[in-house]
Design a protein. Structure first.
Lengths: 240, 316
């Protein structure tokens, strides 16, 4: 579904991504793992059109090239993004945020149906429809951000560090919801520091380091991979 | 029922205002012309700058372009055509300026728009001195104050209607979230550039027309008169006083402030600018969200709760 080849991004002289290739199949859940500064967020930003990709890059979604499309064009092509930390409009109510989520042309039909789906996934949002978003808890705001993204009827949903700053119990709840979203057939691409829980709902994963993809495999392979265990799961002692 | 009564009331108000030249003195008519002009300017300014929070000081650039177009073309073209040309020039400038500046955020946009007004004034001055060899032009149009007043009144009514329509439309919602967070707005599929540009252009064309319509009042026009930056600041402060995010806010700010400025200019001609500056500071400190928001807060949670409740479910 999503195919990326030779993706390169640079900020001035600093090269953030180099020769990155990866793919997400239809309805597949893929996790991108890597330390801070590995280029995970740049990857998300390049796909959703917030930073330009260099000349040789190729990004296709469902056969359509995304290179050079503005952010709203990429959403129109079916890729929705929940950016890191802030994915909602604090001054608007829950209902208004969801209404904005359905702003794109592809989402104008069936808005009510998708709103019902979002409320089914996140019952807490249904209780707070008229509440101003900024007055809700961090967990509820993250759910609203995901709901807002789902309102655009995406075929692929990208999430940049969705569990950042959430209490452990909320992280569980969040991934339970992502797992239900996955069952509806939406492809997921998740950038996460929380490796164990994100691999638990993923099909496959990629490892990134210094702007390159340095490894990949199925979720079960990755969780057993000594490199992953050493780097992310704090198993240096047991790996010996 | 209530809706019908509101519409009838507005229609009646418009009729009473339109008939004003028949029963008020020439002095009052002069005041009404000024009020209608500033109500239109402040409402048009707030239509773009209110929701997006892009504070523009380019008001006088467009106003002056309108006035100067009339000054240059009034003897060669029929009057309605002159207005049309003025609107088109305003539109062209707005599109060029908008495309090149609406990426600027915050204070950079403010400074650019302020610079733009000065740039246009200097360009016109340079052209008049070096090419036409005169600075200043006469406008002889057979238009009395009542004709100008009626045109401005119609334009004010149109601007308020447009502003009302925008605030209820999808584009109004898009504009509001652009002011809230541009990054998330882009992730929500909003075409930032097009949305901002459309509203900036609409607002600028209206401002250009105000300048064009008011030009015949001066008879004599020169760049220092029609590109006076005070006009930009007055428009801004009026909109802020009333509340730039509400439909009637700018109008409610424009009326008392215009009358106050007239009174100050008549009674304290030498200290006018100082008093203006003090007032500006006072308004920003005391009423940062405008009188309407302040009044709502004053009347307690009740009004606020009702407003929150009636925002309710959006039409699907």
């Amino acid at each position: 579904m999503l195919e990326i080849e030779k993706l390169a991004v640079s900020y001035g002289k600093h090269i953030a991504l180099h020769d990155v290739g990866l793919a997400v199949g239809k309805g597949e859940t893929v996790v991108i793992l890597g330390a801070n500064g590995a280029g995970k967020s740049s990857l998300i930003k390049a796909i959703c059109g917030m930073v330009p990709a260099r000349g040789e890059s190729a990004i296709r979604h469902l056969g359509k090239s995304l290179i050079g499309l503005p952010a709203h064009g990429i959403l129109e092509a079916g890729i929705a993004t929940v950016p890191e930390g802030r994915g909602i409009f604090g001054d608007l109510t829950v209902d208004e945020n969801l209404q904005i989520g359905a702003y794109v042309r592809r989402a104008r039909q069936g808005e009510a149906k998708r709103r019902a789906l979002v409320f089914e996934l996140f019952p807490r949002l249904a209780e707070r429809r008229r509440q101003t978003a900024s007055t809700m808890s961090g967990g509820e705001q993250q759910m609203l951000a995901i709901g807002r993204a789902l309102m655009s009827d995406p075929t692929l949903l990208m999430l940049d560090e969705p569990s950042l700053g959430l209490a452990p119990v909320l992280v569980q709840e969040l991934f339970a919801a992502l797992s239900r979203i996955r069952e509806t057939g939406v492809g997921l691409m998740i950038v996460e520091q929380n490796v164990r829980i994100s691999l638990s709902i993923a099909d496959r994963g990629y490892l990134m380091e210094a702007g390159r993809v340095v490894g990949q495999g199925s979720a079960t392979e990755l969780i057993e991979d000594p490199q992953v265990q050493r780097a992310f799961l704090g198993m240096a002692a047991t790996a010996q | 029922m209530r809706k019908g009564a509101t519409w009838a009331g507005l229609a009646l108000l418009l009729a009473v205002l339109a008939a004003a030249p028949l029963y008020v003195s020439p002095y009052v008519l002069g005041l009404l012309v000024g009020i209608a002009g500033y109500v239109t300017l402040a409402t048009a300014w707030a239509m773009f700058s209110g929701p997006t929070r892009y504070v523009s000081l380019a008001t006088v650039a467009f106003f002056g372009i309108g006035a100067y177009t009339v000054a240059v073309l009034s003897e060669t073209l029929p009057y309605p055509l002159v207005l049309l040309v003025a609107a088109l020039i305003g539109l062209a400038v707005a599109l060029v300026v908008g495309l090149s500046t609406l990426r600027l955020a915050g204070v950079y946009f403010v400074i650019f728009t302020f610079g733009l007004a000065e740039l246009v004034r200097q360009l016109v001055t340079w052209y008049e001195i070096n090419v036409t060899g005169t600075l200043g032009r006469y406008i002889f149009l057979p238009l009395g104050p009542e004709h100008i007043y009626w045109q401005l009144l119609a334009l004010a009514a149109f601007t308020l209607s447009l502003s009302w329509w925008v605030s209820r439309s999808r584009i109004g919602l898009a504009l509001k979230v652009i002011g809230d967070d541009e990054v998330v707005a882009a992730h929500s599929g909003i075409n930032l550039t097009r949305t901002k540009l459309m509203l900036f252009a609409a607002s600028s064309v209206i401002i250009t027309l105000v300048g064009a319509i008011q030009a015949p009042r001066w008879t004599y026009v020169e760049p220092a008169i029609v590109f006076n930056p005070t006009l930009s600041f007055l428009t801004l402060i009026m909109a802020l006083l009333g509340g730039a995010t509400r439909l009637w806010g700018p109008a409610l700010g424009a009326i008392p402030l215009f009358l106050l400025f007239e009174w100050l200019a008549a009674n304290f001609p030498n200290h006018y600018s100082i008093l203006l500056g003090l007032l500006f500071i006072l308004i920003v400190f005391v009423l940062p969200n405008g009188v309407l928001a302040f009044a709502e807060k004053l009347w307690g949670g009740n009004a606020g709760k009702v407003a929150a409740a009636t925002r309710g479910t959006p039409p699907s």
